[in-house]
Design a protein around this ligand. Sequence first.
Ligand code: SF4
Length: 364
Amino acid sequence: MPLDKVDLCELTWPELEKFVVETLCWKRFRAQQIWRWVWAGNVSDISSMTDLSLRDREQLAGSACIGRLRTADVRVSSDGTTKFLLQLGDGELIETVLIPSDAPQRPGDLTVRMTQCISTQVGCPMACSFCSTGKLGFRRNMTMGEIIGQVQAARAYLGDTRPERPIIRNLVYMGMGEPLLNLDAVLDSLKTLQHPHGLAFSPRRITVSTCGIQKGMREFGESGLAYLAVSLHAPNQQLREQLMPRASAWPLDELVASLEDYPLKARERITLEYLVIAGVNDQPEHVRQLARICSRLKAKLNLIPYNPTPGTAYRAPTPEELLRFEKALWQKDITAIVRKSKGQDIEAACGQLRAAHEAGVSRA
Ligand code: SF4
């Protein structure tokens, strides 16, 4: 990436308008043309902006470039889950996953509707004990362009060129990193994704997941730019300290009190994510504690069976253990829904593919 050039993927809408008027000395409305090519058109080269005259394209290319992410590895699971290892401009590697909403009709069928799980940081400072990304440690925050670059890389792979009929229907900020620790870039990315002249994502199709960070949660809620999911994973403070040592610095009681106050839209509910780890957080006392928490909140509970990662002593629940836990929750009037773990044959859990690459076991 030429250092003296502006990366168009890193400009917010007001910044692009300013660049067009002040640097290019063009009329303000022409920002729309560039924005459409960069986001809806997903072009990698300014020469592809064919509704700009040759002279204008040359002028633009003299001061700007389009920084796309390089795909370092792609793995496709037998269930259609597709995991990408992407390389950022400075060589750092991050992960993003496409999860099909329906079963693929045939091997390699990528025309079904997809949910994409995207990353917001390189590594993560939260050090959750069950997570491969937590073990990598924190390297740096991702920029706005890098966050949305994951969507653009997946769209290019899928041949998804029509934002009005997108294959990627839903986005979840649930990949590497803690989004609320990179709040400015996350908010900019949401505004850019939702801009009507670009990808025009609806805020109702985006969920941002936090492990429970005090600073920024209120600001995020008031932005109204996406739904909130909270990774709970433990229904009492002691267990949370063991599973999520950094997140537990904000005591569970205070986290729940703040969720009681969280600004929700009509009919909106907070999603509580609960990784079910056999013998650790799926016992009868945990059902009672979860019931107390859920009774205080407008929330739904997603149960995610643990996807074992190398180097941890945790075990995935058997189908019988999972069903027993789910039934016990329903008996307490908790709406608990089991979310299937997908892509287990391609190291789809957060951070696993990058860790495998670092260990030199790439199959690419
Ligand atoms: S689970 Fe999420 S918050 Fe915890 S270490 Fe992994 S990426 Fe970070």
